[in-house]
Design a protein around this ligand. Structure first.
Ligand code: GDP
Ligand code: IMO
Ligand code: MG
Length: 428
């Protein structure tokens, strides 16, 4: 077996896309297992920028197959748009497939997501408005439309009819918005099914057979553990399980098949959307990090909130995921900032000192991070390719993280370009 799982350990945008791209050159399969086109994974190849949303980032380098597995929610129109964008850059996409079991994001999911977010006085999550939450709701409520349904006109029409009865009543009566037309949506999605039919396949058998044959399989996570529906800062989370555990249900793979569990964290923290963020720097330094790190959402363009590295939440994320290989990205962004702070504990609202993450999202707003201070460095590290080329204080920063978490950092990323990596151990 040679399985690799890449997951985010913070609030998303850790650089998972870049790491997946690097690892996918040696992968026979790259598999997305959760989320949808709420993700924005950026890969730089030279000066050329690719932003992947729904397609696995492996699409650029993987010589084998790229699979969108059953746990992903698929907007077929977004899929086609992305395929066309990739093809317009001269790359092939005939190795990209979608599970027949994947749920389809329908126009009413997007509207519901949007109307809820725009509702005055609601607790806005700050979603990407891509219809992710409402699509997963329908999946769990057992009324969802799956990719396989796009290939069966009778089933598709019946399901759209049933769903619109309920959704239109909600739109018209509660949100005071116009309802949607069954026939129009039916014709549109039937045509999308026809267009995509050769890519809609069963995926779990092939993935499991490939694992048994010892092929290299890379599972690419979207979002991150602090946005996990169970273990993140609920309700300010996404609606899936972006954890290593999510691979099992999201791709149909047994837990015993997962070997290399790679957790990606930025050298600092960012968050886009609402919710608690204990180490947030809502000040000039936070703005400086945003500008240097170019911290703007790849999907919505929103400025990302920025802050110090938070080892309390990172330890929580590593525990839930069982991480055995760490990646630290964007270390270069911290160049020139001194001292550097790292949160190692929290002081609770009743002055207790704790070093574990809490389930109480409301209390988290009142927790004060307790920091360790480390001296920074001023040398440009973007051209470093071996660990020894890093300044002593940059190494101390990495080693502080390793010692706290008890996990080795196997890769340090020092720039957005594909080659800007310090690889301390070859995993393949
Ligand atoms: P993802 O969602 O986890 O794939 O991350 P995003 O692509 O949304 O955000 C990460 C951003 O940081 C992208 O713009 C990357 O090009 C960029 N990036 C990744 N690694 C590094 C790094 O080591 N240094 C710098 N400066 N930028 C990086
Ligand atoms: P990648 O894969 C960062 C955030 C949204 C919002 C919350 C719920 O690029 O790391 P949703 O649309 O999923 O219902 O929004 O989750 N969010 C992300 N933040 N990176 C992402 O993906 C995200 N996907 C969703 O901003 O706070
Ligand atoms: Mg992103």
């Amino acid at each position: 077996m040679s399985t690799y799982v890449v997951v985010g350990l913070q609030y998303g945008d850790e650089g998972k896309g870049k790491i997946t791209d690097v690892l996918s050159a040696k992968s026979d399969y790259v598999v997305r297992f959760q989320g949808g086109d709420n993700a924005g994974h950026t890969v730089y190849v030279g000066d050329e920028k690719f932003v992947l949303h729904l397609l696995p980032s492996g699409v650029l380098q993987c010589k084998g197959k790229c699979i969108i597995a059953n746990g992903v929610v698929v907007n077929p129109k977004a899929f086609i748009k992305e395929i066309e964008q990739i093809e317009s850059k001269g790359l092939k996409t005939d190795h990209v497939f979608i599970s027949r079991r994947s749920h389809v994001i329908m126009p009413y999911h997007i509207l519901l997501d949007t109307y809820r977010e725009e509702e005055q006085g609601g607790t806005q999550i700050g979603t990407t408005k891509k219809g992710i939450g409402p699509c997963y709701e329908d999946k769990i409520a057992r009324v969802g439309i799956r990719m396989i349904d796009l290939l069966n006109p009778e089933v598709l029409r019946e399901k759209i009819e049933k769903n619109l009865k309920v959704k239109n009543s909600l739109f018209e009566k509660y949100f005071e918005k116009p309802g949607l037309d069954v026939e129009e949506i039916f014709q549109e999605f039937l045509a999308l099914g026809e267009r995509l039919k050769d890519r809609i396949v069963d995926t779990e058998l092939e993935i499991n057979e490939a694992i048994q044959e010892g092929k290299n399989i890379l599972f690419e996570g979207a979002q991150a553990l602090m946005l996990d529906i169970d273990f993140g800062t609920y309700p300010y989370v996404t609606s899936s399980s972006p954890s290593t555990g999510g691979v099992c249900t999201g791709a149909g793979v047994p837990p015993t098949a997962l070997e290399n569990l790679i957790g990606v964290a930025k050298a600092y923290t960012t968050r886009v959307g609402n919710g608690p963020f204990p180490t947030e720097l809502d000040n000039e330094l936070g703005e400086k990090i945003r500008q240097i790190g170019f911290e703007f959402g790849a999907t919505t363009g929103r400025p990302r909130r920025t802050g110090w590295l938070d080892l309390v939440s990172l330890k929580h994320a590593c525990m839930i995921n069982g991480i055995n290989n760490l990646v630290i990205t964007k270390l270069d962004v911290l160049t020139g900032i001194s001292p550097l702070k790292i949160a190692t504990k929290y002081k609770t609202e009743d002055s207790k000192i704790i070093d574990y993450f809490t389930s109480s999202t409301t209390k988290l707003y009142d927790y004060e991070p307790i920091y360790e201070e480390l001296e920074g460095w001023t040398e440009d590290i973007t051209n470093a390719r071996t660990y020894d080329e890093l300044p002593a204080n940059a190494k101390k920063y990495i080693e502080f993280i390793e010692a706290y978490l008890g996990i080795n950092v196997y890769l340090v990323s020092v720039g957005p370009e594909r080659s800007q990596n310090i690889i301390r151990k070859e995993l393949f």
